[in-house]
Design a protein around this ligand. Structure first.
Ligand code: DX5
Ligand code: ZN
Length: 216
């Protein structure tokens, strides 16, 4: 099975968001990756619920929503209503991660858990069965266009081992600094989903870039 591709709209042209969403609709991308930042968990703000609802109206693929916010459990129902299909929270932002992942599933979404670059994989041991997806941050979250942290490839290998041992079906998604070169190594290590923002939207032909990533 080829890798899934989830282009991050953080690098889209917000003045022409409808046009950029249409490019992704027409491509072989699998999901839309939406980055929600609160200026507290990460040192940046992005966009919020009304924008997610608007994207939902135009998008013809599932919305993969990455919450970089504190106390994400307060917004589970709101993001469901706005149209999220996959909702990912950060392990570092959750006091009761097990309960939060269960609440996301109970609300009818796939539950994801994200790890910052400093967070070791083994912290997921007791919660991996509650997750449908693990998002490995391969940059420090908050901004698009940063360089890939090399250690992330090894982290994917460790994570695959943990998932395999525990009998979980969780997908491994990697986010940050993904291009054809880093993407190839990540795919070889067993990554299921590649997020790419600037690599896709800064290119003259995003569709062709997505095609290249799909071939990895
Ligand atoms: C960073 C976000 C990413 C970002 C990736 O905090 O989570 O999804 O958009 O951007 P690139 O692909 O440009 O590193
Ligand atoms: Zn993201």
């Amino acid at each position: 099975m080829s890798v899934l591709v989830s282009p991050s709209l953080l690098s889209a042209n917000f003045l022409h968001l409808g046009r950029d969403i249409e490019k992704i609709n027409e491509s072989r991308a699998d999901w839309f990756h939406l980055d929600i930042m609160d200026g507290v968990f990460v040192p940046n703000l992005s966009y919020g619920l009304p924008v997610v609802s608007a994207i939902k109206q135009a998008a013809r693929k599932p919305l993969d929503v990455h919450l970089m916010i504190v106390q994400p459990e307060r917004y589970i129902d709101a993001f469901r209503q706005a149209g999220a299909d996959i909702l990912t929270v950060h392990l570092e932002a959750c006091m009761h991660l097990h309960r939060t992942l269960q609440s996301i599933r109970n609300a009818g979404m796939k539950a994801g858990v994200a790890l910052n670059p400093h967070t070791p994989v083994h912290l997921l041991e007791d919660v991996i069965r509650e997750a449908d997806l693990v998002l490995v941050m391969s940059v420090n979250p908050g901004f698009g266009g940063q360089s890939f942290i090399e250690q992330s490839v090894e982290k994917v290998l460790k994570l695959k081992e943990l998932i395999c041992k525990s009998g979980s079906n969780a997908l491994v998604e990697v986010d940050g600094g993904v291009n054809v070169e880093t993407g190839r190594r990540l795919a070889e290590a067993g990554t299921d989903v590649l997020v790419a923002g600037s690599f896709v939207f800064n290119a003259p032909d995003p569709r062709a870039i997505i095609e290249e990533l799909k071939k990895l």
